[in-house]
Design a protein around this ligand. Sequence first.
Ligand code: ADP
Length: 625
Amino acid sequence: MDKKTHAFQAEVKQILHLVTHSLYSNKEIFLRELVSNASDACDKLRFEALDKPALFEDAPNLEVRVSFDAEKKTLTIRDNGVGMSAEEAIAHLGTIAKSGTREFMAALEGEKKKDANLIGQFGVGFYSGYIVADRITVESRRAGLAAEEGVRWVSEGTGEFEVETITRAERGTDVILHLREGEEEFLSAWKLKSIIGKYSDHISLPILMRSQKWDEEKKAQVDTDEWETVNKAAALWTRPKSDITDAQYQDFYKQISYDQEAPLAYTHNRVEGRTEYTQLLYVPAKAPFDLWNRDKRGGVKLYVKRVFIMDDAEALMPVYLRFVKGVIDSADLPLNVSRELLQESRDVKAIREGCTKRVLSMLEDVAENQKDKYAEFWKQFGAVLKEGIGEDFANRERLAKLYRFASTHTDEGVSFEDYKQRMKEGQEAIYVITADSLAAAKASPQLEIFRKKGIEVMLLTDRVDEWMLTHLYEYEGHPLTSVAKGAVDLGKLQDEEEKKAADAAAEAAKPLIERLKKTLEARAKDVRATTRLVDSPACIVVEEGDMSGHLARLLKQAGQSAPATKPILEVNPEHALVKKLDSAEGSERFDDLAQVLFDQAVLAEGGQLEDPAGYVRRVNLLLAG
Ligand code: ADP
């Protein structure tokens, strides 16, 4: 192929612009990215060679070599991995296949510091070379192709790149960085070694650099022809726990997760039994930007007998634990295991169950012994953990114990166990209410009788809570009962006298109730007297089994249709407004008052009026009259 010029995809241009103009801190991560690409290329070759050993040619020892030329001001990262054909170089180095580019740019724009570290999270690693280079040359030959089918790719990282065919005996890739003016610090063996030690120590292939010796004439260290391995190349998880320090565990986490912060907790075990494997799992301290993407693959890497098999092995973790990062190394799975096979494997199922239990134990431990830390975890990941209740039947009780809510007792951090401790004599149900916000939940008229009696109510205001309630209907034998559904039955919590008074009030209100039923026929399914209200004249409830108003609104917001169910209006016969209504019987004002009563109940529940102008007109009339 003659030399040909190609244009970068528009997104690449944007990324390159950002990379070269705005990343100032942590510049050195470019080396981690390029070494990581080189190591991935070796993993890919090893994987392809499982079926076609000939791909190894005569060089089965996979490795990465880092070298520099102080005079030419170049830095070269060489691997003997899978390499690229000309077509692959054009496709992979000229476009971005991955989603997340836009998020990456948005994240960069928002950042004041412009931390280059962000790059790793978004999988656009190759371009990070342009942080320090004003030209990059890539020379490559794909494994299995002839020497004449090599490729040279050159670009200054602006609008375009050039590609031509070359002859290249060695399989694999050289990435040659022509360093920018001012980036000479990377032309130092000591500097490069320290960066590799910091970011790439765990890479399980040898990373080689030329060893150096002192040159008396030049009075400086100079390269020799000898290559030495500069990383430990020891897979951390294979070492015994007692040999690993906390700092090493943390460093490893940072290397695999690209997270700057220390993890919240980790667990490292060798599991023996029907299936043998090692797990090293971390719970991060902060949620990633794409936590809400349920399609995102997990953060767990799969190894088989220390050989890297795949990233993001989602079959190893349930979806609701997608924030967990780490490594699983199996002794039993075949090396050529595919994603499809993983889904079906019984060993994988056993691993997933084992790992899930481990993560739950880890969280239980934090919840028990480091309450503040757990509160922080709950803020970051609580809503995701709630997905588990519907997904993981086997662990539902353990999950429910880990959940935390707001309640009428405390604004956050209430567990079902705390609630149980505070239950009143004779109380059987755990009372809950769902609402759009904490303020709305607290202001619900349905809470009045519970407040008066000092009974705690859980205030559920997360979007997933409604969904969660469809799976979590009891906790240790105590039914979860919505105070906004069905009639209140305080059962043993109400004494005889109160019951009698309530019955008498309901009896007295009967004619009024009948009249209201007729007047509000079009809007309310039923009207009844209630004891649940203390300060409010009326409230809206739905029938047991009907969809709550809050859920119906959520569905509508999400563009889904919700069944149109009419609510029930409950009135407080003791309230002055209701008494006034009673005395307005037969007059013209009765209708207006009845409509206003209903509208107010809808508003108090967080709903919207179908005819707000009508409501305003009626209230004005009443105010004026
Ligand atoms: P990512 O590595 O996250 O896919 P990059 O921008 O770093 O994104 O690299 C883009 C693609 O270029 C890689 O997916 C790979 O196909 C190819 N590539 C990069 N470096 C190498 C290399 N050293 N050997 C072979 N292919 C490479």
